[in-house]
Design a protein around this ligand. Structure first.
Ligand code: G6P
Length: 608
């Protein structure tokens, strides 16, 4: 989390470039923003944070810079997700010590111990970042060697940390260092860009790029960088295409509405209809090893974990043993698994610290590590042995939408591929594919109901408590629906498998409690109806997601989704999720919450 951006180049509009870079990294945190740049022989530094203006944005930071025509070709910027210390200007980056300015992403786990190494009463903030820059400054004062001082301090830090430094005494240079995190260097026509993720490279013609690997320090000049040379890779241009909101008010809205097209892209070139199989280039090379895998483990966080739950149900349905894990729990739960088990790591960003921790643990054990990732060349994509990209394109909304449905479709492709290696017949494979290719159109049909779903959000906005309920495959939809509502509208929402209601949750049901029930025409429909009767019998309010044509009079309100052949009931979650995304989105708007910037959250969570 936290977004770092730096520019060292030949063009005089460095400040504009840095502000744009910060803006592009806002999905990494938006508790404060700050910039430091060199103009002439002066460093100027400006910051903005929540304590100064609730709901500030990049324009508020720009307004603080008095000289609108400032000439500058070197500087650093930061957008923060608060860890050590509140969301205040005082804690905003860049932090400084004498002529050194730092932007930092990470978590200094031995912060208290390191504080003792410096004069603690000189600290003006509550952050670990200030301690880093003070330590570097202290060593630099003694040695006069900035690179060595940075190296030394990086070695002292416990935890995953990335820093970018500008020094008044080193005018043409920036200094970046990485220990366990991610930072990218990109050479463009106009200079070198340093950024926490590739979304900040938008708008630049990147000629070369490189990840700064762990334990490396880079000295960055206006035309290149000095580090021990490793392979330089060309960035995937597709991914760098500029994105805007395409006429939508929020990224989340845009991302919900593009899901039909996204899923066509996820499937494109990967379906072999006449063989009832999927073509997945990323894992083809290890096809033989995959055939012998006994149990597949799926690991992820947040929405990606919900995708893991779906994968488990689907794999088991196809006779393949599978298990889902919440990444942050894995290492501490004494997991039992065999040498022939393989691990799939599901992550939109490919940078989630909790998930990476498990990848590293499994690498020690020697099991196959596979990625189901969206961002190309991200850390998980690089660390794993092989994998499949979900091809959702850039997702900016903090609450994941299109990445989730693209993860589900990717899981279906994988399940077909692995089940065909085992017992699945060609006919079954063909049948699934025939039904799967209809999904994008069905999603587009659901999206057309946006106005009626918006009216539902208006009607239910006074309700403060929600259950999201579903059985079997749709228990996953319930998990995801509940997470979405919580994330962006701050409503109290919980999810349960519908059949669990009678074992406790039913106690809370009364006319002020709303249950959103996902109950299409699947194999557990009639059992679900009994459970809904139990809710209605206690005067609970029910919104039901039902298959088209089912009037479901038990419910107070219904949202219809297109029908899926009962045999392929496991595809329902891909379309049943859509109305819940829309419901949460419109609810957030009704409650005046910004869906792109939910409070306390960030899209890319690089702290464990
Ligand atoms: C954060 C985001 C969620 C996301 C989760 C896992 O909490 O706000 O939307 O599901 O991280 O992220 P990943 O990038 O690993 O899928």
């Amino acid at each position: 989390m936290c977004g770092i951006f730096g520019y060292n180049g030949i063009e005089p509009d460095g400040v504009k470039k840095i502000l744009e870079g910060i803006h592009r990294l806002e999905h990494r945190g938006y508790d404060s923003m700050g910039i430091a740049f060199l103009t002439g022989d002066k460093v100027e530094c400006f910051k903005v944070a929540e304590d100064e203006k609730v709901g500030f944005d990049i324009k508020d930071l720009a307004k603080k810079i008095p000289n609108k025509k400032v000439i500058c070709n070197i500087g650093i910027g930061h957008t923060r997700w608060a860890t050590y210390g509140g969301k205040t200007v005082k804690n905003a980056h860049p932090h400084f010590s004498n002529g050194l300015f730092i932007v930092h992403n990470g978590n200094v786990e031995n912060f208290e111990a390191l504080k003792k190494e410096i004069d603690a009463h000189t600290l003006y903030s509550e952050t670990d970042s200030e301690v880093i820059v003070k330590l570097i400054d202290k060593i630099f004062q003694d040695t006069g060697d900035l690179v060595k001082s940075i190296e030394k301090v990086m070695k002292m830090l416990v935890g995953a940390n990335v820093i970018l430094i500008m020094s008044k005494d080193h005018p043409g240079q920036l200094f970046a260092a990485n220990k366990g995190g991610t930072i990218l260097l990109g050479k463009s026509d106009s200079g070198v860009i340093i950024a926490s993720d590739p979304s900040a490279f938008e708008g630049y013609h990147i000629i070369k790029k490189r990840n700064l690997e762990t334990n490396e320090v880079a000295v960055i000049h206006s035309d290149f960088w000095d580090i021990i040379a490793k392979e330089v890779v060309t960035i995937e241009e597709d991914y760098l295409q500029d994105i805007d909101k395409n006429g939508c008010d929020f990224y989340m809205e845009k991302e919900i509405f593009e899901q039909g097209a996204v899923l066509r892209g996820t499937m494109s070139g990967r379906l072999i209809l006449d063989k009832g199989n999927a073509r997945l280039g990323g894992i083809n090379e290890i096809a033989r090893e995959l055939r012998n895998v006994e149990t597949f483990h799926f690991v992820g966080c947040g929405t990606a974990y919900n995708a893991c739950s779906y994968a488990t149900l689907l794999f088991n349905r196809f006779g393949i043993s599978a298990r889902a894990w919440i990444a942050s729990e894995f290492c501490y739960s004494h997991p039992v698994f065999g040498p022939n088990d393989a691990f799939f790591f599901i992550s939109q960003s490919g940078e989630t610290a909790d998930t990476i921790e498990v990848v590293e643990e499994i690498q020690i054990k020697g099991n196959i590590c596979l990625g189901i990732v969206n961002v190309p060349d991200s850390r998980i994509a690089r660390l794993t042995d092989a994998g499949v990209y979900i091809r959702a394109g850039k997702e900016k909304g903090v609450a994941s939408t299109k990445a989730f449905t693209a993860q589900l479709v990717t899981i279906v492709l994988l399940a077909i591929y692995l089940a065909r290696q085992r017992k699945m017949t060609i006919d079954t494979g063909m049948g699934i594919i025939e039904e799967l290719i209809l999904i994008p159109e069905k999603i587009e049909k659901v999206l057309k109901q946006k106005n009626s779903i918006k009216r539902l959000a208006e009607k239910y906005k006074e309700f403060k408590n929600y259950y999201f309920l579903g059985r079997y495959f749709n228990s996953v939809v319930a998990q995801e629906g509940s997470l979405k509502l919580k994330e962006i509208s701050y409503m109290h929402a919980e999810s349960y498998p519908l059949g669990e209601m009678k074992h406790g949750p039913l106690a809370l049901i009364d006319p002020s409690f709303c249950s959103v029930v996902i109950i299409p025409n699947d194999s557990v429909h009639s059992k679900g109806v009994v459970n809904v009767r139990e809710i209605k019998g206690r005067d609970g309010v029910v919104i039901a997601i039902v298959a088209e044509g089912n009037s479901f009079e038990l419910a107070d309100d219904i949202i219809e989704i297109p029908e899926i052949k009962p045999r392929y009931e496991y595809l329902y979650p891909i379309i049943a999720t859509i109305p819940l995304q829309l419901f949460s989105y419109y609810m957030a708007l009704e409650l005046n919450c910004n869906p792109d910037k939910p409070r306390n959250l960030a899209k890319t969570v690089t702290v464990g």
